[in-house]
Design a protein around this ligand. Sequence first.
Ligand code: ARG
Length: 588
Amino acid sequence: MKSITDTLEQRISQAIGKVTGQKGCPALVSVSKNPKFGDYQVNGVMAAAKKMKTNPRQLAEQIVEELDLDDICQPPEIAGPGFINLRLKDEFVAGRLLEINSDKDRLGIEKVKMPKTVVVDYSGPNIAKQMHVGHLRSTIIGDCISRMVEFEGHIVVRQNHIGDWGTQFGMLIALLKEQYPDILENPGSVEIADLEGFYQEAKAKSDNNEAFTQTARDEVVKLHNHDKDTITIWQHIVDESRKHYLPIYQQLSVTLNTKDERGESFYADKLADVVEQLKAKKLAVESDGAMCVFPGDFKNKDGEPLPFIIQKSDGAFLYATTDLAAMRFRIDELKADKIIYVTDARQSLHFQMLFETAKMAGWTNDDINLMHVTFGTMLGTDGKPFKTRTGGTVKLKDLLEEAVQRATAAVEEKNPDLPAEQKKQIAKAIGIGAVKYADYSNNRNSDFIFSFDKMLAMEGNTAPYMQYAYARIKSIERKAEDNGVNTQNKLTGIKQLAFTEEAEKELAKMLIRYDQAIAVAAEECRPNYLTSYLYDLAQSFSRFYNACPVLKASSDQRAVRLLLCDLTARTIKHGLTELLGIEVVEQM
Ligand code: ARG
């Protein structure tokens, strides 16, 4: 089914069009902030009136005359300078709930009619290094975006643009060769258990040892010339790194797979052509020995044009060159209609210049939507960039372990008698869920203070709160079953619903807005819109549950209320597990 806002938007826009004789005047329908003024508010009349140079209130009256929303709303009311307030009819709300109820998988939410191909570029760890906390945000925010866009019905192509081709590989290959002179005989036998330690060792050596530095440099050249032995060792390092980051994806329930990997190395043989073509188009010019494009009006702090460097004077290609090649690949080969890049805000300028350069080169055009989704820095509770006690970067693995540990202690305290296996499962759901949810619920552009205490709190907009809201409903359902009320069969059979209490209606109206919450969150790539909705829903449920006894109600009322319980649980579960990748538990 179509979302209510979309239906209202369409019908009202039509009415505005009819009255004004103008096409394309949006109705601008939004959910009312205050239920006193109805459920939805039409904000578009003022703009239309301004265009027509007429009185907005009178125009609103004419539009209301023209409007036919009888099947959805009570008679519209005009307010203030020309707002139109709409209140849904109970029958309409009830009908919607039944439609949602009868659709097990998609909760009544239709797929888009015209699917687009959307490339989502996220995570992108630099391999041969342990994934650190900075990669957490890109990984999970990108994953939620992919899940939402996919759920809407678009074709999502996940791309993990891993950093697997940098000069750092020279020293890693050199060190591996030095430590394991026989490595080429059986590379698989060499395990790099401590990836970070290995990287540090190589780095220390190349800082202090002239001869080693030279060998490392030679290895980079060999790598870029596809020397067979060097490539074998490089491949081994890549494989070893993968062993470190794939389990983290798994632990985080992130949908990235090996098949989504298309790292920098993939584009290596396409870079010379990028430079050649930009030269041929007279966009790339030499400046201080380097090949540069000067896209748009970007200026440095002295007011001079800012170069987008695509080849250094020694012939080396750069991050920018790879991104240009990747964009061409995604548009030409993957047939992207939209490309979403998820990285921290410090890369903003890079992506602005990238988009502008690609446009100048004619590699992209206005039909292709390029979007850089940025996020702020993760801070410690002291407000400074998140570090370990000794000032090192926090490894993601350690962080997740600590979260689960803390959740284990909380479960142990609350529910010492549960079977050990169940306690473990609950602790994992809460611990990992808390880390993810805290990030999601934050406006992604703000810096974000990482606090275990806050994210594991049972109060406020946290994972444990949402998980508890779900588990609580499940316990109500279990109780109903214990009392001989068959919840499942009964609910699917319900054909008619009548609300008796305001709190029931309020909750029902929240439930039928889930599709809208997803649409807005997906459009703007903002998971926090989804978490806010889920939190509002849980709170609305609490108000309902306080006001309306479920098990003690008359049998008709009980059926309605059990249905509301069930749909709330299903919505929360869908949001958490399918879209945010956070587990729920039946009991907490
Ligand atoms: N490897 C990069 C980093 O760690 C992120 C890659 C983002 N994607 C891209 N197409 N540039 O900063």
